[in-house]
Ligand binder design. Structure first.
Ligand SMILES: Cc1cc2nc3c(=O)[nH]c(=O)nc-3n(C[C@H](O)[C@H](O)[C@H](O)COP(=O)(O)OP(=O)(O)OC[C@H]3O[C@@H](n4cnc5c(N)ncnc54)[C@H](O)[C@@H]3O)c2cc1C
Length: 433
């Protein structure tokens, strides 16, 4: 492959992050939020607008985590398909979860509009493409259930008409949802941070939370939070650390499997070629477990991602993944055989043992995480919902109503030793199913 790609996140070359709050940590805040990504910043914005004193504690810099590194696909539904969800949770709860997934996209759109965030948000729709005939056959059932049970319309695209959607001949058909959107995630997270700061939230960068303790009786807060820059008391705490959840919150870390996801971006393509590859500029992903997801950027690059290595990002996994992804991209789009890869990067996604998002309280500490690579809209939404909950809202959050499982037999301490086996398992599953 052309060896000249940068190990760098393309989105960050297009965005400028606001600076966090200067100065020392305050002695106390009403609410301490751990993590300055979509979840934490959306919560901070909501709380600060209600006059709550918020301190966001971020180990790195604003938007450092998955929120600036993702594909920018603002998708309907959840990681699990509707058949699996309804079998597991029943149709009524699934209906509420699905409705929340639609509301989460509306919320992103509303925030972008209200806060005037220049992040190329566009309701361009998404296209799922079928890698096998059996996958395509299952689309008809999904479309029918989603229309009947959730009153939401998707469109089936037979193979004979697929060229109107994608310039690739390898798929057996597709399914389009016009409600999904695309966004520049780095610009969006920067805008969300600016909005939270403008509303009065404080964001402390380079402040790693090391431990959360119950505060002593009669102290300034229910929790004493120990950080790399000193301690802070808070009446409430929200953990918004996603795939980067650490030993600072051991009970949550033991429920999260951190999995690497990787992306390459080509150099900008000529208009005609970009139009040929994605005539309707959809957010695209395929039907495999070990899936590829891809899209055009506003400046006509192909951004092509996948779980090429299961382990979280390092220099080595990024380099190896870039090679795997480039081969995958050329299988999908032989037209890109000579395209140069300008950027390659990775990030960590948070899978729970049931592949579901979870939001609630554990030992009095609030949390929202487990987005399973489907978190641009849902993290924004659950951050806001948890903020409302902290302010006393009784609104139901369906993801709070479901059991939050730990590892089977408790055989897990945050180190995902089983990832190579899981990777092999999904490869076999893609081969046989
Ligand atoms: C490569 C990639 C592609 C993706 N593509 C998509 C997509 O196209 N569509 C989609 O919907 N989703 C996608 N996702 C998932 C989506 O990006 C995430 O679900 C979402 O960004 C999670 O946001 P968050 O705020 O919860 O977590 P993050 O953005 O990961 O933020 C967590 C923050 O917590 C901080 N932190 C961790 N521990 C501590 C500590 N002890 N003290 C202080 N701070 C701490 C970290 O530094 C980090 O900044 C993708 C993810 C990746 C990695």
């Amino acid at each position: 492959m052309p060896a000249s790609f940068n190990e760098s996140n393309y989105w960050l070359t297009t965005a400028s992050m606001p600076r966090g709050t200067a100065g020392e940590l305050p002695a106390s805040a009403d609410v301490a939020i751990i993590g300055a990504g979509f979840t934490g910043l959306s919560a901070a914005r909501t709380l600060a607008k209600r006059g709550v004193k918020v301190a966001v504690l971020e180990a790195n810099t604003i938007g450092w985590g998955a929120s600036s590194r993702n594909g920018g696909m603002v998708l309907t539904g959840m990681k699990l398909d509707v058949a699996t969800l309804s079998k597991r949770y029943g149709m009524e709860l699934t209906r509420r979860m699905y409705a929340d997934s639609l509301a989460s996209i509306d919320l992103v759109e509303q925030i972008v509009r209200e806060e005037n965030i220049a992040c190329n948000f566009s309701r361009c729709g998404h296209l799922e493409v079928a890698c096998k005939q059996s996958h395509f056959d299952s689309y008809a059932r999904s479309v029918e259930v989603i229309a009947r049970e959730f009153n939401h319309q998707l469109q089936i695209i037979p193979r004979s008409q697929l060229s109107s959607e994608i310039g690739s001949a390898i798929y057996f058909g597709g399914m389009v949802d016009e409600t999904s959107a695309g966004v520049n995630p780095a610009r969006y997270v920067a805008g969300l941070a600016s909005a939270a700061l403008k509303a009065g939230a404080c964001i402390y960068e380079n402040t790693r939370v090391q431990k959360i303790k119950r505060g002593p009786p009669n102290s300034a807060g229910a929790f004493e939070i120990r950080t790399s820059r000193g301690n802070i008391f808070a009446s409430d705490t929200l953990v918004a650390t996603s795939g980067y959840t650490s030993s600072a919150t051991p009970e949550l870390r033991n429920k999260i499997i951190p999995i690497g996801s990787y992306i390459i971006a080509t150099e900008p393509l000529l208009d005609a070629l970009a139009k040929e590859l994605s005539p309707r500029n959809r957010m695209i992903y395929d039907s495999k477990h070990y899936l590829y997801y891809y899209r055009l950027t506003p400046d006509n690059r192909v951004l092509f991602g996948g779980r090429a290595a299961f382990f979280p990002e390092t220099k080595d996994t990024i380099r190896r993944s870039a090679e795997i992804l480039r081969r995958g991209m050329i299988e999908v789009y032989p037209q890109l055989r000579d395209a140069k890869i300008a950027h390659a990067w990775g990030g960590t996604v948070d899978f729970c043992f049931d592949t579901m998002p979870h939001a609630g309280q554990l030992d009095g500490i609030h949390y929202a995480l487990g987005y399973a690579g489907h978190g641009v809209a849902m993290a924004t939404y659950l951050g806001a919902k948890m903020a409302e909950k902290i302010c006393g809202s009784n609104d139901e959050i369906p993801y709070a109503a479901i059991r939050f499982p730990g590892a089977p037999l408790g055989l897990y301490n945050g180190r995902p030793w089983f990832l190579p086996f899981a990777g092999a398992y999904y490869k076999v599953l893609d081969w046989i199913s």
